[in-house]
Design a protein around this ligand. Structure first.
Ligand code: SF4
Ligand code: ZN
Ligand code: ZN
Length: 310
């Protein structure tokens, strides 16, 4: 395999051809910068919180956000990383060590909030209790914990944007999951900028890796030599997402471009979905207990806290 640009040894074959290491790195970084510019994900005045876990996506987005700010001479003193330690034994503690080292090396302030301090229990303990009452799977509980902590602490630190490491595969899975579960109210809340409209107390979430496939992100981290523990979360195979992930990977193997096709179709429909959401979602309010944004009287996080306090 030869690079289509320089005839050097190719490291990856993409839809439009093969690329060598330096040309792939340039292609990947340019794609991320273009995504940020095209969707206006970062504004000069933003105080940016990066949702980081120490995994490949979060380290890539941390590194490239810093690079983007430096490239456009945007002061990076308003940049910080926020990590949620959900409390998953033999997993999260390893990724947090990698994250701490990375942040130290790149001079990015890091704050770590644990589920223990916010919810009174690590996920490993909280999940069986919540599951008994609600039948919720670990990833559902984990997702509520993480979104709640991220929004609350990003806002407390004065952030105007939360940057996440969601890549193209994550997004294609989420689109299909909403379809399969007929989550029509959530359908318009994906996209490079999450959320329906600006809402008091909700810090907008943006996704610079929106156009990058999981395979590309993985290769980028390997070629850049980032120190990453590629171990998977022990709960990852129990969720609905995992089934959808396996299905899409299978499709992609036989029908190249399937995931790109899902994203392209979704982006074409997004303006209509957002419009529909705005017309039907004037009911977004604050949780009566914690005042965090919620579309119910009592938010999911407070409901879970109540179960855990019993
Ligand atoms: S796989 Fe599920 S439980 Fe594990 S970190 Fe991800 S969302 Fe949380
Ligand atoms: Zn080349
Ligand atoms: Zn609440």
């Amino acid at each position: 395999m030869q690079c289509e640009k320089c005839n050097g040894k190719a490291v990856i074959t993409l839809q439009h051809g093969s690329l060598c290491k330096p040309h792939f790195i340039t292609y990947f970084e340019e794609k991320v910068f273009k995504t940020i510019n095209k969707f206006r994900l970062i504004d000069r005045k933003d105080k940016i919180c990066i949702a980081a876990s120490g995994g490949k996506d979060s380290l890539t987005v941390l590194y490239l956000t810093k690079k983007y700010l430096d490239h456009y001479h945007i002061p990076s003193e308003h940049l910080f990383a926020l990590c949620v330690d959900e409390g998953i034994a033999n997993y999260r503690q390893h990724t947090i060590i990698d994250l701490q080292e990375f942040c130290k090396e790149h001079k990015i302030p890091l704050k770590v909030i644990t589920s223990q301090e916010e919810f009174g229990a690590p996920l490993d303990e909280a999940y069986p209790k919540i599951n008994k009452d609600t039948k919720k799977k670990p990833c559902n509980v984990c997702g509520v914990f993480r979104r709640y902590i991220l929004n609350k602490y990003a806002r407390q630190e004065g952030a105007t944007k939360v940057i996440t490491g969601h890549n193209l595969d994550d997004e294609a899975q989420a689109i299909m999951m909403n379809m399969f579960k007929a989550n029509t109210t959530l359908a318009g809340r994906l996209g490079p900028i999450s959320g329906i409209h600006e809402q008091d107390g909700f810090v907008q979430r943006v996704k610079p890796l929106y156009k990058c496939t999981e395979k590309e992100v993985r290769l980028y981290t390997l070629l850049k030599g980032f120190k990453i523990d590629y171990t998977e979360c022990p709960y990852s195979q129990l969720g609905f997402r995992h089934k959808v992930q396996v299905m899409l990977n299978d499709f992609e193997k036989d029908f190249r471009g399937t995931k790109q096709g899902i994203i392209k179709s979704y982006l074409a429909m997004l303006p209509l979905l957002k419009q529909h959401d705005q017309q039907t979602n004037d009911s977004i309010k604050s949780c009566k207990t914690c005042q965090e944004p919620s579309n119910k009287e009592i938010c999911n996080a407070c409901e879970m806290k109540e179960v855990l306090a019993q």
